[in-house]
Design a protein. Structure first.
Length: 1026
């Protein structure tokens, strides 16, 4: 879990007074100067250096001897052999083993993001290079990032990247029939946007003059932004060593060398302990009950030599499901584990090295950015770690601005930081960076006004108007709609805002195209006038219809020249005009139907419009506030394909549902003030031999590996699946690089680059030893969402179960040398069955419960969008006991003491009536108070005299001046600070309505429609033994 907090609006645009020629390198502590006025949720960002949480001794030595039989809820006798296994609750549906995610190594890029290369079917010549590079070798325009109409096909010099069509064709077979309506490639309509920028820079010119420039003045000791990541096992590796920048003389090139012995996890462990590594310790899941580490589950550390691992990318930003990459696809197939990356590329970082340089050094062949894992053959040449081409070191790069010495290219910040940001020179733009443009579309129908949401939005905007990321060029506009569309003329000089109503929603037009988007600074008073009067303007409205589609069409027209961000607030099913929808949720079918219908969109209107928006650099964020069905499966497409985000507040009402209102307020504040990148594209490259084939998240795949992100925000996660196209036989390490090119809200073109390096292994046991169980579960969740839509929910559920069965079978048959009874897993995968069961019970995939269709679809959106750390809490919440908090092992942050209670299993057997327990579900916190709860807790923490006095709908802990009260509030505040959204707190008692919800998250317990954890293990064991 991050200890960096969310305080920093890093890189949001400092005063970069020093031009490139003056200050080629500078490290900007990115939490300076970008802070919006204090944001309560993110106020207390932890400093970069924190005492790490207590090391997760996964197997607490003090734990009780496992006595499985007694401890399980159901009195079961442990089966002696598979043949006598009591089939307690035979699964209602035994998954056919054939239904697996791994049948075919080539997974399809399934419905959400078909790679579309609509613009240029045939290879086209590289665009003329506008800049004289002064070099004899013409640069390769392989990674040209351009407007859709100009996108050349990915004809690569680097055969690691296969052309998209080939991948697509193979892929379709395994994931079931594609959804016709969705798969169609939908070229953005309308005129091609102005050429935006090119991702390929030319100048590799030796610049003899470069050396003489005054160089950067300050470069504080290079501290990768993620140094605070707890790495309990090997803290030393994560702490960057002091950089000896003072060395004057050119040094020997000590590129970290890799020897096979160092890379094999099992061998490495053998050297140390002459024992099996902990990750491979055999765990009998049926016997060992206490599987959760006391604190957060930490990702495995790749088995790399220290000097490489020290430089590696933070797992908070970049994670791989397998931290040891199999040498061949057949080995990967044998392991039956998914191979993929999980990214959080624009995460708020407390420190981020930012480089201004007129030369961004990249591989001439594959356009990889120079990074810590390239090798220097000598002072003048470096070898690309992705395609192995040998490149020249440009003259300018020979100078190290950090040590102010010459001849140390390997000590440049680009080679010392796996996460770095460049301020891009003009070569990276084909049009000037656009201003920040914000357009708000507000539902003002009777239904919407009745919820009172308009007051909250307008007030929040008024409060945060000065904190919207941007500069003097920032533009803003408003549209409201019911059955007609209302535009607002806010042009300077008007005495008050002017409303312009367009009632012809069939043929959308802009009434006064030039005055609807205005400069925020120049027209701030009119904007404030409008925000103050909007809630009253519609208070008497009787208009019930919603013409969302036409309103979006108007927004598209309004922003098509600049791009920008559209924020839509919608409270009902859109019923008139283009994109109108019909109710599809059938309450009677929610619980009964084994297969849930209507998970796919009812119309392609929203997807088509999103693609048009994407082409014009417009992203649409959707806030859905509704008690009724709104068909999120259809509406959500507008955000999914335009790289927007979706927020959902079921049963929103200002008065009837105050906790939703509180969450909405906090979310809005974060949303309005967080960092934003415009006109963005992200490309993920990997070492030759590896190939990316499926992407998960909100974006549009512009070409094979280029994601179009009209907006990028710090709270968005992404995942990709990979296959091994060519054997990695003579490779000891492989690398992955994500490069995000964006326009900052201050109008700077910037490139954020993350590079991850991982070892290659050739044995199954090493693959298993490096398995990252959380990353695996998260990737499988995304794959299962796709499967639910492209095939069926039951298919997806079977595939999830089979993922566990297949990998444990592979482990038992191919890794274990001695067969033992029980259900065996390597220690690193011991949580795998638990996570799979948690996914099966998750709102997205559960069956047999009455889950509203929109809530299910939203849960699916979350699984594909949330960064890993938050996603895991939503899948498997953390449970803590709260009535006996102590300072033992507490963190000390900014002079606050944060208790660190142990994480408990999600089972009612862990609850006791004399205690109080907190469940952290990511978006929601539940504090359950037992009926016989310790009276001192009631008085000292809740401020009540007895359990009877506990109010039904308590949402806040009173601020009492007691040690107990401070401890628990410090802990809850700390939990909240670590995520970008605001979890609401429900204090519940036995009679509370929410108790059922709380109990539903007890993943290990049996419910009417789902197996207990133990029963699930028995089911897995039966299948594994087959
Ligand atoms: Zn290369």
């Amino acid at each position: 879990m991050s200890s960096s907090g969310f305080a920093s609006q890093n890189g949001a645009g400092a005063t970069y007074a020093n031009g490139p020629s003056q200050n080629p390198v500078a490290l900007y502590p990115t939490n300076q100067g970008y802070m919006a006025p204090p944001q309560p949720g993110y106020l207390n960002a932890m400093p970069a250096k924190e005492p790490t949480p207590p090391a997760p001794s996964y197997y607490n030595p003090s734990r009780q001897q496992p006595s499985p039989v007694a401890m399980f809820q159901q009195p079961l006798s442990l089966p002696a052999s598979p043949n006598h296994r009591p089939a307690l609750v035979p699964p209602t549906h035994t998954p056919p083993l054939a239904n697996s995610f791994y049948q075919h190594p080539q997974q399809p890029p399934s419905w959400p993001h078909p790679a579309v290369n609509q613009a240029s079917p045939a290879p086209s010549p590289a665009p003329p290079q506008p800049y004289n590079t002064g070099t004899s070798t013409p640069p390769v325009f392989q990674n040209t990032m351009q407007s859709p109409a100009l996108v050349p096909p990915y004809s690569s010099l680097n055969n690691a990247y296969m052309p998209a069509p080939a991948v697509n064709v193979v892929a379709h077979q395994s994931f079931g029939p594609p959804q016709a309506a969705l798969r169609g490639t939908l070229p953005p309509s309308g005129p091609p946007p102005p050429p935006l920028a090119t991702h390929s820079d030319g100048p590799y010119s030796a610049q003899p003059g470069a050396m003489n420039r005054p160089m950067g003045t300050a470069y504080p000791s290079l501290q990768p932004a993620y140094q605070s990541v707890p790495a309990p096992q090997k803290p030393a590796h994560m702490q960057p060593a002091a950089q000896p920048y003072s060395t004057a003389a050119p040094q020997q090139y000590q590129q970290p060398s890799v020897s096979t012995a160092q890379l094999s996890p099992s061998l490495a462990a053998l050297n140390l302990q002459s024992e099996m590594p902990e990750a491979l310790r055999v765990v009998n899941l049926l016997q060992e009950r206490n599987l959760l580490p006391p604190g957060a589950v930490t990702p495995p550390t790749p088995c790399l030599p220290q000097d490489l691992q020290r430089l590696n990318c933070s797992p908070e930003v970049f994670r791989c499901t397998l931290t040891s990459i199999p040498q061949t696809q057949s080995l990967l197939n044998k392991a039956k584990l998914p191979l993929g990356l999980l990214l959080h590329p624009f995460k708020d970082l407390s420190q981020l090295p930012v480089v201004t340089s007129s030369t961004i050094v990249r591989c001439r062949s594959c356009r990889t950015y120079i990074n810590p894992f390239v090798s220097f053959l000598d002072q003048r040449r470096w070898k690309c770690n992705l395609c192995y081409r040998v490149n020249d070191v440009p003259e300018e790069f020979m100078y190290n601005p950090v040590s102010r010495s010459y001849g140390e290219p390997h000590k440049r910040p680009e080679v010392q930081n796996a996460t770095i940001e460049f301020i891009a020179p003009s070569e990276y733009m084909l049009r000037p960076p656009q201003p920040a443009v914000y357009l708000f579309i507000l539902d003002v129908s009777h239904n919407a006004v009745e919820t009172g949401y308009l007051d909250v939005v307008c007030q929040s905007l008024l409060d945060n108007l000065n904190s919207l990321p941007g500069d003097t060029r920032t533009k803003i506009g408003f549209i409201t709609f019911d059955s007609t569309i209302h535009f607002y003329n806010l042009q300077e000089g008007l005495s008050q805002p002017q409303m312009l109503i367009v009632s012809d929603i069939e043929d959308m037009f802009l009434p006064t195209p030039d005055s609807l988007l205005v400069n925020l600074n120049e027209c701030k008073e009119l904007v404030q006038d409008l925000l103050r009067s909007l809630p009253q303007m519609f208070s008497k409205t009787m208009e019930t219809q919603s013409a969302l589609g036409p309103a979006l069409q108007g927004a598209f027209k309004l922003l098509s020249h600049t791009g920008g961000r559209v924020s839509v607030f919608q409270t009902q099913l859109p019923a008139v005009g283009a994109g109108s929808l019909k109710p599809r949720d059938e309450p009677s079918q929610r619980a009964a139907a084994k297969d849930i219908q209507h998970l796919s969109p009812a119309t392609d209107f929203y997807k088509k419009l999103a693609l048009d928006c994407s082409g014009q650099q417009i992203a649409v964020d959707l806030f859905l506030l509704s008690a009724q069905y709104c068909d999120l499966a259809s509406l959500g497409c507008i955000s999914r394909y335009s790289a927007g985000s979706v927020y959902y507040y079921p049963s929103y009402h200002n008065h009837h549902n105050p906790s939703q209102t509180e969450r909405f307020q906090k979310d809005l504040k974060r949303y309005l003030t967080r960092k934003i990148g415009f006109e963005a594209v992200m490309r993920i490259r990997c070492t030759k031999g590896l190939s990316i084939h499926t992407f998960h998240g909100n974006f549009f795949v512009r070409s094979t590996d280029l994601l179009s992100l009209p907006n990028v925000n710090p709270d968005a996660g992404f995942a990709v699946q990979m296959s091994i196209e060519e054997n990695l036989l003579d490779m000891q390490v492989v690398s992955f690089q994500a490069a995000l090119l964006y326009t900052s809200s201050k109008g700077e073109r910037r490139i954020r680059v993350h590079t991850l390096c991982l070892p290659v292994v050739n044995s199954l046991s090493d693959i298993f030893a490096g398995a990252d169980v959380q990353a695996i579960a998260a990737l499988l969740a995304s794959m299962a969402v796709d499967r639910s839509v492209s095939a069926s929910l039951s298919d997806a559920r079977d595939a999830l179960t089979n993922a566990a069965i297949d990998s444990l079978t592979s482990y038992c048959t191919s890794v274990l040398t001695i067969q033992q009874p029980g259900l065996l897993a390597p220690a690193c995968l011991r949580l795998f069955p638990l996570y799979i069961l948690a996914l099966l019970k998750h709102k997205a995939f559960c069956t047999g419960t009455s889950t509203r269709l929109d809530e299910r679809v939203f849960a699916m959106c979350q699984l594909k969008y949330q960064p890993l750390a938050y996603l895991m809490l939503m899948v498997h919440p953390a449970l803590y006991r709260m009535d006996n908090l102590t300072d033992e092992g507490a963190l000390n942050i900014n002079e606050r003491t944060i208790p660190q209670p142990r994480v408990l299993q999600l089972s009612v057997e862990k609850l006791s009536r004399d205690g109080a327990f907190l469940m952290d579900h990511g978006m929601v916190l539940y504090l359950w108070i037992g009926r016989n709860c310790n009276p001192s807790f009631l008085t000292q923490v809740l401020g009540i005299q007895s359990y009877i006095a506990l109010p039904q709908n308590m949402k806040q802990l009173p601020e009492l001046d007691t040690a107990e009260s401070s401890r628990i509030r410090a802990f809850i505040d700390w939990l909240r600070e670590q995520r970008p959204f605001y979890p609401i707190l429900h204090i519940i008692r036995d009679e509370s309505e929410l108790k059922a919800e709380f109990m539903q998250n007890m993943v290990e317990d049996r419910t009417e429609s789902a197996l207990s954890y133990y029963e699930f293990l028995l089911h897995l064991q039966q299948q594994v033994s087959k």
